[in-house]
Write a protein that binds this ligand. Structure first.
Ligand SMILES: Cc1cc2nc3c(=O)[nH]c(=O)nc-3n(C[C@H](O)[C@H](O)[C@H](O)COP(=O)(O)OP(=O)(O)OC[C@H]3O[C@@H](n4cnc5c(N)ncnc54)[C@H](O)[C@@H]3O)c2cc1C
Length: 643
């Protein structure tokens, strides 16, 4: 039985006409005068699109910013891997797009499990992001005449995705990075690379600092500030194999959770349909083939089971273009959760292709015939090259083979409309927060959300916290800092002292298998109960048997990894428990017990139309559930159909 808090959680959204709510909130937020801003220090952890844009914007406003990341340079954050594009409701195509349509597509895409007010704000701010990035010099793709080009992503019937070939994240991150570096040069940002945040420091109930470990020297440090802005990305690597960068982790968010920050909707994990399939036990990473490819690529499997002919030998009428068949309204651009399940269904039914029979074709033959190879090369050249390098197959000649893989975390730390967690002074941005995407994120919306949070929301809301609280300076000499420092050190030492026989990698792989098998694309009560038990015993085994060579006073990537795996072993249990408690299907959370005759999600709005935010009670102890009720007035609930 889950213990549920009696008090509903309040997202503190403004009231009134949805289109005016953000303006209303900005009018109500208190300001900090320009000459006072320089008296305040803001700690920004993470330098991806959320953290980079936040650090640059806050420093431009005049705050002192301390910026932290685990990579050797801020511009190596995971955001750099983003390929396909970023959405904005500019309606440059004159194809019926609008702020309202982006809002309603996103709410429907997330299966009515996100906050209306936030999503409307996101859709509104989307247009400013493009202007901001163009002004920074981000080289978006352009039409022959010079106007910005667009393409489509899943779950929409318009073209609103701006892109820089297959390197959108890289170009956007360079924009944010140069804005940051400008402020570094001006003395407003101090960067700390290769620093891992290991704890949050709370003084008098307000987040006032962090504990870090220098990943090169092993030295522990503490930093004090007036607010902590967490932008540490998503937790998809709890599944071990994912499309995310190997360093993506849950550690900073999890340590904040252990200090009292609520963790919301952890069971909403995105599984992306368009990835290079697993080819054996040796892999440590999976590769995304961008959703943008489904603008021109057609997804199919043979109509006959176990058809071993090569794809060019299978005539047109013996192919099943199953997305076009099942979802004629959206075709190959059905949203990710829906397309992933459809691929799994075909493969489970025996129609899969490739040696493992767990992949489907993504075929460009028709597009190449229609537009010519050069046009396709211009649009997707780097993605085709990447595919060829990994698989040794030429996708200009034979169809790509793809299968779903873990890709993105919709869940994260709970935040209110101001992006403040339930811990005053702790703000959470980008993929690290529980975000605006509900139970499923639409393609090209993560970059949009991270940049909206960093460039346009936090610069307003953090000032309100500072102006309202009249914060006094705190020093790292305070006992709260010492206590957090001691806790972080003793956890690292505890890992080193196990001196067991198996590597962190071994435990991470084992955890990933449990998660994928029982908490992956399809979940059921029996499997989830089994997963929870298995995670508990794997965690016990970890603390008796993990082996980390070397010491803590040196560059030691095994130690870093072991620390993150230890946190995943705690977090994985919460993720599975959240999936168990949510006895309905919605978006990326598919409970086999709740499906329609056609294998689609069956929601239970009467019982589960809320954000589920968990309060930590101790390792292995049941967390307390706080429910934030959701209401849908401007985008009324309905059947989520893409037919
Ligand atoms: C292959 C791939 C392609 C994608 N393509 C697209 C796309 O085309 N469009 C789209 O909208 N989305 C895309 N996404 C999703 C999108 O890239 C991410 O959701 C987004 O970039 C996350 O940004 P972020 O700033 O929140 O976090 P990240 O970019 O993950 O940055 C996290 C930062 O936190 C730091 N950090 C983490 N832990 C700690 C710690 N303990 N201490 C200190 N620092 C820490 C890291 O060093 C890093 O700087 C893609 C994702 C993948 C995996």
């Amino acid at each position: 039985m889950v213990t549920v808090s009696d008090t509903p959680l309040d997202g503190r959204c403004p009231e009134g006409n949805i289109a005016n709510r953000w303006d209303q909130r900005k009018r109500d937020l208190k300001l900090v005068a320009p000459n006072n801003k320089r008296k305040y220090t803001i700690i920004v952890v993470g330098t991806g699109l959320a953290g980079g844009s936040a650090a640059a914007s806050l420093a431009e406003l005049g705050y002192n910013v301390l910026s932290f990341c685990i990579q050797d340079s801020p511009r190596r954050a995971h955001s750099i891997a983003a390929q396909g594009g970023i959405n904005a409701a500019k309606n440059y195509q004159n194809d019926g797009d609008s702020v309202w349509r982006l809002f309603s597509d996103t709410i429907k895409g997330g299966e009515w499990r996100s906050r209306e007010s936030n999503v409307y704000r996101l859709a509104t701010l989307s247009t400013s992001i493009i202007d901001q990035c163009v002004a920074q010099g981000v080289p978006f793709a352009r039409e022959y005449g010079g106007t910005l080009a667009n393409r489509s992503f899943g779950g929409t019937q318009v073209s609103r995705t701006f892109y820089c070939a297959g390197q959108t994240g890289q170009q956007l991150l360079l924009g944010a990075y140069q804005a940051m570096m400008c402020q570094v040069n001006a003395g407003m940002i101090k960067t700390y690379s290769r620093r891992e945040m290991l704890d949050l420091v709370i003084v008098d109930g307000v987040a006032r600092g962090i504990v870090t470990r220098d990943l090169v020297t092993g030295k522990f440090e503490t930093f004090a500030g007036d607010a902590v802005v967490l932008c540490t990305g998503g937790y998809g690597n709890v599944y071990y194999l994912s499309t995310m960068a190997k360093t993506c982790n849950v550690t900073a968010a999890w340590r904040c959770h252990k200090r009292g920050a609520f963790f919301a909707n952890p069971c909403y994990t995105q599984i992306h349909p368009t990835c290079i399939p697993v080819s054996g036990d040796h892999q440590s990473k999976l590769t995304l083939m961008s959703e943008s490819l489904r603008n021109d690529g057609r997804v199919w499997v043979p109509k006959a089971k176990d058809d071993n002919r090569s794809p060019d030998q299978i005539p047109e009428d013996e192919r099943d273009y199953y997305l076009e068949r099942r979802y004629p309204g959206y075709g190959n651009l059905a949203p990710r959760d829906v397309s992933s399940r459809a691929a799994k269904e075909r493969c489970d039914a025996g129609y899969g292709v490739g040696s493992t029979k767990t992949s489907v074709y993504l075929d460009f033959t028709k597009a190449i015939q229609t537009y010519g190879e050069n046009v396709i090369r211009e649009k997707y050249g780097n993605l085709f090259e990447m595919y060829q390098r990994i698989t040794a197959e030429d996708p200009y000649k034979v169809p790509m083979r793809i299968y779903p893989a873990v890709h993105y975390a919709m869940g994260g730390l709970w935040v209110d409309y101001n992006l403040q967690s339930n811990l005053p002074g702790l703000y959470v941005l980008g993929e690290a927060n529980f975000s605006d995407h509900g139970a499923n994120r639409l393609g090209a919306s993560a970059l949009m959300q991270g940049l909206a949070d960093g460039y346009f929301v936090i610069p307003y809301t953090v000032g309100d916290h500072i102006a309202n609280r009249k914060l006094t300076k705190v020093s790292t000499d305070r006992p709260e800092f010492q206590a957090a420092l001691d806790a972080a050190k003793s956890r690292v030492n505890a890992i080193l002292n196990v001196k067991g026989t198996n590597s962190a990698e071994y435990f991470h792989r084992a955890l990933g298998k449990i998660m994928w098998d029982h908490v992956g694309m399809a979940r059921n009560e029996r499997g989830l109960l089994k997963a929870i038990d298995s995670i508990k015993s794997l965690r016990e085994q970890f603390w008796q048997d993990v082996k980390v060579l070397g010491s803590g006073e040196q560059f030691n990537q095994n130690l870093e990894h072991a620390g993150r795996v230890a946190d995943f072993l705690e977090f994985g249990e919460l993720l599975a428990s959240d999936a168990l408690h949510r006895d309905e299907s919605c978006g990326g959370h598919f409970r086999e017990e709740h499906q329609t005759d056609e294998g689609e999600c069956q929601r239970n709005d009467d019982k589960y139309m809320y954000v589920g935010a968990w309060e930590y009670q101790g390792v292995g102890k049941e967390s307390i559930l706080h429910k934030e009720p959701l209401a849908f007035v401007d985008a009324p609930t309905g059947v989520r159909s893409y037919k």
